[in-house]
Design a protein around this ligand. Sequence first.
Ligand code: CDP
Length: 597
Amino acid sequence: LDRNKVSGRLTDIDLSENAKAVLAKRYLKKNEQGEVLEAPIDMFRRVASNIAEGEYKFREGDEARALYEEWNEKFLQMMLSRKFMPNSPTLMNAGRELQQLSACFVLPVEDSIDGIYDTLKHQAVIHKSGGGTGFGFSRLRPKNDIVKSTMGVSSGPVSFMAVFDASTEHIKQGGTRRGANMGILRVDHPDIEEFITCKNDNEKINNFNISVAITDEFMESVRNDTDFDLVNPRDGKVMKTVRARDLFEKIVHGAWLNGEPGVVFIDKIDGDNPTPQFPIESTNPCSEAHLPPYDSCNLGSINLERFVRSADGSDATLADGNTSGEVRIDWDELRETVHTAVRFLDNVIEQNNYPLAEIDAMSRGNRRIGLGVMGFADALIQLGITYDSEEGLAFAEKIMKFVDDEAWAASKKLAEERGVMPNFEGSRHEKRGLRARNATVTTIAPTGTISMIAGCSGGIEPLFAVAFMRRQADMEMPDVNPEFVRLAKERGFYSEELMKKVAEHGSVRDIEEVPEDVRNVWVVSHDISPEWHVRMQAAFQKHTSMGISKTINLPNEATTKDVEDAYMMAFDTGCKGVAVYRDGSRDAQVLSTGATG
Ligand code: CDP
């Protein structure tokens, strides 16, 4: 990296070929002929300077200019060093005409035709600007319920969800990606059974992820094997009574079949809502942001891998391993990055061009930000820690507590400088005497694209594979993690034959030719039992303001009982929701390892 440094500062960014290709395709400015007009470094300059301009909202004259210059440089360095990336809409839109910077929105769905179709329009406006939308459909009256004005009957939440789905089909997000939605229905809604099965067919309602909002009362009822009432939200009348376990089994069966529906534990989510004056009824599409209607959240993620240092202070690499314990985290640098990132995300709220006046008011009032982490699996490998081990869990808790504590410290400092969040009155922060600038500070996003840009493992997920078989020009070729190749060569166990074997297995855990210490830390998703996936999610949840995006991976041969166990365990360990995926259970799996694909 030194070649890019001028007096200690980075002047360029070290990007992989894949990262460059993704940026050129979707992120960089283009002219009408589709020619790319900016280099990646120009994009980062555009973003840093646009977000630093937020400083002018709080100070004037020379003071503001000095702050702008200071933070412009810090924001730029934080991105060029790949220590931090904001969510995709910020990278794409900051400093450009659109200026819509948030990934996550939740919209209300009122029980009226006007309400539903206003929201349908708002969904299109948000998708057009590059954001994802979540909806709670629970306030809609059930199917076949009376519609007074026409003496007709309602078609119910699932059929309206299909309308939102159909509309999504035709609007590209920010002109670059198809829209993403979350649809949530409470477990006590009379149409819950129809909802649970509405995605059993892999071709249906494709632009939605769906989740059942599970209440504590329902879980009690499942535990005690009692009956459970389904209630009409229009008048509170019980419309049907079911055996809670039967309903739970249906949810579990759907998740086993193709990963839908997921579940969110709504009482836990709402119980932790820092702004109870605005109850939470849905989440964003990947379910890590819990938002009241008309709220938004902008995300950013810290690449933990960049804070791992060798004994001599240089960047550690995946090939370093840590057999003698001399590789460590640079906590001071991590602290500084968290503080800079919180200021960045608070500035994003100011600089954002919100798609609706209602969203503008709610977002500025609550000031939710979602700082998360990525590159967690890479960091573990460099540190020589096994993902599915007590040490792995302890490290997860330690580092997330650090990030969360420092993020709150930064938010409190910002409150001294800029004032507490406008919706402080009536908030849980007020009750607790927490004078913070933001309702929430931490959230763990999937980091689907930004982890690829940063060149690290996604979110808090383990590696997908050490190697996999890739079809190229009609040939099956092994595609091996380059750091693993480097390590294998350095440690003297490299051979083409072995790499092919690794690619066919996906995992190295049972390959004897690979040294044991390497096998222990180069863990992939399929090596890890569902129980350990849940435990890791729970470890991170302990110190995260909002939610966690994590997939509980199950082998193809997993049973519905395995799914049920994972759900129960997630509830008992304090997770805010669960999403499972049984390998091979959806037709179009993008990547597959030789063993299963
Ligand atoms: O890596 P990137 O910033 O592109 O996004 P992510 O971390 O994978 O996803 C974060 C959030 O962006 C999701 O939970 C959605 O709210 C939103 N998103 C979306 O609206 N459409 C997509 N195609 C992907 C993500």
